[in-house]
Ligand binder design. Structure first.
Ligand code: PLP
Length: 357
């Protein structure tokens, strides 16, 4: 109304320092930064997806509750369909959980870990309470239980296996936390297909458990954006209130169903990734100046003698994109996704060259 438009008077004060999530495109790079599956989506499954698409999938809204997909996920997970929610990537489900339980309160999270818990927590007006992992990156169970006991803490988040460290907590450790808190305990199993134990059997005894899974990593569907969560009835009732309607499009729902109908093809790819991981792990461990951390995922955390920014930039110059980690708890560490044999070879050669210079 005549005065000067000033975004500062409108923007949320609490988000002034928030750095939006970014994943630079870098065309023509070898991409070992995002823990995607390096293999092409099986062509026979692609064809099946195209065959199941019907005209209404374009002009009509998708099934808001992904009924058919949840039926198939029920067979896959052994969890009843009403205890499954599908999301636009598990990322969206993190926000759904934060909005349902964390808003105006706080959440505790075992760090260092996946950055989206912090970002979605902030967006949902939930205060983040970081609970650092121990020296070997295992969970500090006592501190997590103590944090969870604070009246303002409504959610405890554990990434298991953890990104970017790669290690997994055994089920009895997860259970020890569940036994000692009534907060919602979110266990993110984005990398569950590569190793570690699933917490799904614990749902039977712990109504406060939420398990997050995704089609993005082991199941080759990062571009389709499909994730899901497992939760008991009372928790699910609250989550349904904050889930956006029609959140997963018809095409992605069909694609996820086709993946579940053809699991052996994807399990075979997981095996190949695990075999490549062993090669990459030994080769990295053999490089002078590199310390490698054990992993139960499709990525490897390693520490270099050189500043990690220098190594990261050197790899970029040589056409390889890995993950730079800007975290004091992970000084001189970088994270590399297990790629194809050829990609891993290019990465190892480039890293070897950088370490020599
Ligand atoms: C990749 C990843 C996700 C996100 O998965 P989407 O389903 O693609 O949103 C969630 N949690 C962790 C720990 C991840 O690494």
């Amino acid at each position: 109304m005549g005065s000067i438009f000033a975004i500062n008077t409108l923007a949320r004060d609490d988000l002034k320092v928030l750095i939006p999530y970014d994943a630079p495109a870098y065309p023509n790079m070898i991409r070992l930064a995002d823990n995607e599956n390096p293999f092409d989506f099986p062509v026979e499954v692609k064809n099946k997806i195209f065959q199941t698409i019907v005209p209404q999938d374009f002009n009509r809204y998708p099934d808001t509750n992904a009924f058919k997909l949840r039926e198939k996920l029920s067979s896959y997970t052994g969890v009843a369909p009403e205890n499954i929610m599908v999301g636009n990537g598990s990322d969206e489900l993190i926000l759904t959980v934060m909005l349902a339980f964390g808003a105006g309160a706080a959440f505790a999270v075992a760090t260092p870990t996946f950055s989206m818990y912090g970002i979605h927590g902030r967006i949902a007006l939930s205060r983040e309470l970081k609970v650092p992992r121990l020296e070997d990156f295992s969970l500090d169970v006592k501190s997590l239980i103590r944090a969870a006991a604070k009246p303002e803490v409504k959610i405890v988040v554990i990434c298991n296996p953890n990104s970017p460290t790669g290690n997994a907590a055994p089920l009895d450790v997860i259970e020890e936390i569940l036994v000692n808190t009534n907060a919602v305990v979110v266990v993110d199993e984005a990398y569950g297909e590569f190793g570690g134990e699933t917490g799904a059997p614990l749902l039977k005894n712990y109504p406060n458990l939420v398990i997050l899974r995704t089609f993005s990593k082991a199941l080759s569907m990062a571009g389709m954006r499909v994730g899901y969560l497992l939760a008991r009835g009372p928790v699910m009732t609250e989550l349904l209130k904050t889930k956006p309607p029609y959140n997963v499009n018809s095409f992605s729902q069909a694609a996820a169903r086709a993946v579940l109908d053809n699991m052996p093809l994807f399990q075979e790819r997981v095996k190949r990734i695990l075999a490549e991981r062993e090669h990459l792990f030994s080769a990295l461990a053999g490089l002078p100046g590199i310390e490698v951390f054990p992993t139960e995922t499709n990525f490897i955390l390693f520490r270099t003698v050189l500043p990690s920014k220098m190594v990261y930039d050197g790899l970029l110059e040589r056409g390889v994109l890995i993950r730079y980690l800007d975290d004091p708890a992970l000084s001189r560490c970088l994270r590399v996704t297990v790629g194809t044999e050829r990609e891993n070879g290019v990465f190892l050669k480039a890293l070897g060259d950088i370490l020599k210079t």
